[in-house]
Design a protein around this ligand. Sequence first.
Ligand code: 13P
Length: 278
Amino acid sequence: MLMNTKEILTQAQQGKYAVAAFNVYNLETAQAAIQVSEREGTSVIIALGERYFPTVDVEGFSAMIKAMAEKVKVPVALHLDHAYEKESIIRAIRAGFTSVMYDGSKYDLEQNIRFTKEIVEIAHMAGVSVEAEIGSVARGAFSDEEEGDGTLTDPQSAKAFVAETNIDFLAAAIGTVHGMYKGEPKIDLALLEKIREAVGIPLVLHGGSGTPENVLKKAIELGICKVNVNTEISMAAVSYLEKYAKEKQTAHLSTIMAEMQQAMEPVMTKFVRLLSKK
Ligand code: 13P
């Protein structure tokens, strides 16, 4: 069933578990995410980034996710990931997304507050919840996200940011990276604890891929309610396709796509099991 992202994350916060937000870009990624969550009996957030707007029919995609969500028992939310433009946010709201992320992390605190506040006012009028970020998540290997400078979130700025903007979820930069880590991950869990003390709303961890399992578990204990996962899923699909191309078989595209979907599912299952309490 389709459910508001805020409801899903409020339940996660109360239950002290986290929900996976899987980045999707086509039918197979969406089907894999929803089927895995239904099998595991967990909520899921389907996340489409603004960067895929040029290649994905946003309205058609939203209608498809809503139809898929209605067929399963588990709660499914539809989230706009990393949007930098107000127009994209309005488009997603009109298309029926249940939450949006406005990424003003490249601006200074005052500007980020001003722009985010405006988005919150628009989104809340439509009953859509808003995620925003202060600090900035750096980019590691194989990621498709924008480069961030890796500035960690300052707890007192986070407190002011949440109070002034009235956002629903905060993306906290604590040293995770978008993509795979190029060296040892340096994730500041003590900082996360301070952010948790300063801010009451659900916290979001970007850069799920490659993050050590024990760190993810500890981060959830410290208040992370949503973990974004993209790169590891993409890598599983791409390595299936590479292997396929090397073996030079001839097959129908429908078979290749179905097998590619199967190749992504173990990664999603791993994250779903890790994040949920079971
Ligand atoms: P990864 O690519 O590291 O999994 O991060 C995804 C993400 O945070 C999308 O917002």
